[in-house]
Design a protein around this ligand. Structure first.
Ligand code: ATP
Ligand code: MG
Length: 627
């Protein structure tokens, strides 16, 4: 097998898809340009949403790229063999051009071709959508995979199974099956309650090669009771690539019609592929982290057990912070800035726990800038700023951390209140306090800490309500704009009631004077319909409905039916605003960054100003609130 460098891997991928007629496009920034509902770009498809929805891409119908991604939802996975908070995703797209047969054939060719990755098909497995009562099994994908694998010993499809059935793993031990159907939880992609949807197919590598019959025994040893299967979390099979086929238009209630523009959206994990190609045990054992490890090993003679996990957290978080700052994020107490702050502080604390001498962070950041500057010139261009921003935060936090540690040493046992105090006054998160307590052999109670945390949250929520906006929202937003914003959510809900659930925000612009809202509708909205919308919104304002903000994973939000311009399969933390009455009946639920009023009664009177066409099939409404 070829052993590719990271540079060569990016280039090979782009060259391969260029040779298949794709336009190579640059990585978009980590901070999404037009989507306030998501803090960071979480997948290659994210910046391409408008084109997947039908806009013309200047590069044509086939594009490919290497996209920088951040997934904060994976932060607890950092330390394992395959999860990082920052990673690169290699992707190719078809905007209504080629479909499954080509996409799968090319995925296979790139992975196994001797001129490309040269992975032995023996170590390659795939999952496909198994079908259910609403949608048929993805036989097209199965046929394409069978064709791809056909040069190899016959590969029958494994029996259809859901995640918790394990006979397949036993079949699997015979070494014959390559294609494993899974249900919706694993192999179905859907943007929202309605709209684009479709099956996907995922590719896995077997990091142990071959399939020994004693697999069950092996798992018993690793503490897992179940037999292994390709989606198992034990670490043997690693998902490296996902091809999503946007094929259906969801009409709601489990009904689907074929989508007019069928798309392909793929995402391959750069670090994971490199890990496999290098025969490395974890993503951290690739050349990507070599320089960074060297900096740690200069100071710590050996990294074993828990120290190794700390080291991985440091390596991951400092890399993520470097890329975030390069894209303009600065540490703060809200949104992106808050995430950057948490990530940086976590790295700094772990550095402290490892006993790293001052100066390590600067070396680490320099190392990443140097290593990545060729692929990502923005690192070199912003070198000074990146270092300034990160070192200033280190400096600021260093002082509080020292004070916090001093405070900690005073405690005999650590009560929940103490732990909360360390968090609140010194920025030391629970996990770190728990770790310090463990090292010092002190007692600590998580339940107590959580109770304290909750109490505090309720207090700050009450304080936020007094000001009319949520704490954590954009405090500098003008109150009237905030009211207008909430009115816009109500308007979208009313339009969906009056015109139908095809109405979904395509664009919106809110200021203190008016709200402007674009949405798909085949014809002009009649004056009667506009009056109905106006009346509905005003009745909801009159009812003084509650507006509630929650943060959750994208998957959870999707399950609740939250509306967004476009969701995606890939998880990240999103915020959701729900407008409901005291009985819990939901009137509106949207992905949104906020801020909003707490009660609709604060909005005032809602009035439609104008309705017009923006383009064929797209209407625009301008509306305002009084006074
Ligand atoms: P997993 O279940 O292993 O977390 P996923 O289903 O979240 O993977 P996708 O959302 O399909 O992954 O993302 C596409 C590809 O990006 C994956 O096939 C994987 O190779 C890579 N990837 C996803 N999350 C991460 C991560 N946190 N770190 C590194 N690579 C990742
Ligand atoms: Mg994941």
């Amino acid at each position: 097998m070829n052993v590719l460098s990271s540079r060569e891997l990016r280039q090979k991928f782009l060259d391969f898809f260029a040779s298949k007629g794709h336009t190579i496009i640059p990585s978009a920034p980590l901070v999404p340009q037009n989507d306030p509902s998501v803090l960071f770009t979480t997948a290659g498809m994210h910046p391409l949403v408008p084109y997947l929805l039908g806009e013309n891409h200047p590069g044509g119908k086939r594009v490919a790229d290497v996209q920088k991604c951040v997934r904060t939802t994976d932060i607890d996975g950092v330390g394992d063999h395959r999860h990082l908070t920052f990673f690169e995703m290699l992707g190719n797209w078809s905007f209504g051009d080629y479909f499954k047969a080509e996409a799968i054939a090319w995925s296979f060719e790139f992975l196994t071709g001797p001129d490309y990755l040269g992975i032995d098909p023996k170590n390659l497995y795939v999952s496909v959508f198994a079908g259910d009562h609403d949608v048929a099994r993805d036989d097209d994908a199965i046929a394409a995979w069978q064709k791809a694998f056909s040069g190899h010993p016959k590969q029958p499809i494994a029996a259809q199974f859901s995640l918790d059935v394990h006979e397949v793993a036993e079949n699997d031990a015979s070494g014959k099956n390559k294609i494993f159907p899974y249900g919706r939880a694993k192999n179905w992609w859907q943007a929202g309650e309605t709209g684009p949807a479709g099956p996907d197919t995922e590719m896995f590598v077997d990091t142990e090669g071959g399939l020994p019959a004693e697999m069950r025994v092996k798992h018993a040893r690793s503490g897992m009771k179940e037999a292994c299967h390709i989606n198992c979390d034990c670490g043997r099979f690693v998902e490296i690539w996902n091809d999503v086929f946007m094929q259906y238009n969801g009409l709601g209630g489990g009904k689907y019609e074929p989508l007019k523009q069928k798309n392909v959206d793929t995402g391959m994990g750069f670090e994971r592929v490199l890990t496999f190609l290098h025969g490395a045990a974890t993503v951290f054992d690739t050349e990507l982290f070599k320089g960074a490890y060297a900096i740690l090993l200069d100071q710590v003679s050996e990294l074993s057990g828990e120290q190794e996990i700390k080291a991985r957290i440091i390596l991951d978080h400092t890399r993520t912070a470097t890329f975030m700052v390069a894209d303009g994020v600065v540490p703060s107490n809200k949104e992106r800035g808050y995430i950057l702050r948490r990530i940086l502080r976590r790295a700094i604390i772990h550095g402290k726990l490892l006993g790293l001498a001052p100066g390590w962070l600067e070396k680490m950041v320099e190392n990443y800038i140097n290593f990545y500057k060729e692929a990502y010139p923005e690192l070199e261009q912003n070198r000074r700023n990146i270092l300034n921003v990160i070192l200033e935060e280190e400096n600021k936090f260093g002082k509080t951390l020292e004070a916090g540690l001093k405070e900690f040493r005073k405690y005999e046992t650590v009560s929940g209140k103490d732990a909360f105090n360390l968090f609140q006054s010194f920025g030391i998160p629970w996990e770190i306090t728990a770790e310090l307590a463990k090292q010092a052999g002190k007692q600590i109670d998580k339940g107590e800490f959580e109770a304290e945390f909750k109490k505090h949250q309720e207090l700050s929520r009450a304080a936020g309500a007094e000001k009319g906006v949520f704490k954590g929202g954009l405090a500098d937003h003008e109150p009237k704009t905030v009211r207008m914003h909430t009115a816009t959510h109500l308007m979208q809900a009313a339009l969906r009631q009056v015109l139908g659930s095809h109405v979904i925000q395509k664009g919106s612009n809110v200021n203190a004077e008016r709200t402007r809202f674009d949405f798909p509708n085949p014809e002009k909205v009649t004056p009667e319909q506009l009056k109905q919308v106006e009346d509905l919104v005003n009745s909801w304002i009159f009812q003084d409905l509650t507006v509630k903000k929650e943060t959750m994973t994208r998957d959870e939000a999707f399950k609740l039916g939250a509306l967004g311009q476009f969701g995606e399969k890939y998880g990240d933390t999103v915020s959701i605003y729900t407008i409901m009455d005291p009985s819990g009946k939901v009137y509106s639920r949207e992905f949104c960054g906020g801020p909003h009023v707490e009660h609709t009664g604060a909005i005032g009177k809602f009035r439609v100003l104008k309705e017009e066409a923006v383009s064929a099939g797209t209407r625009r409404i301008k509306a305002t609130i009084e006074p």
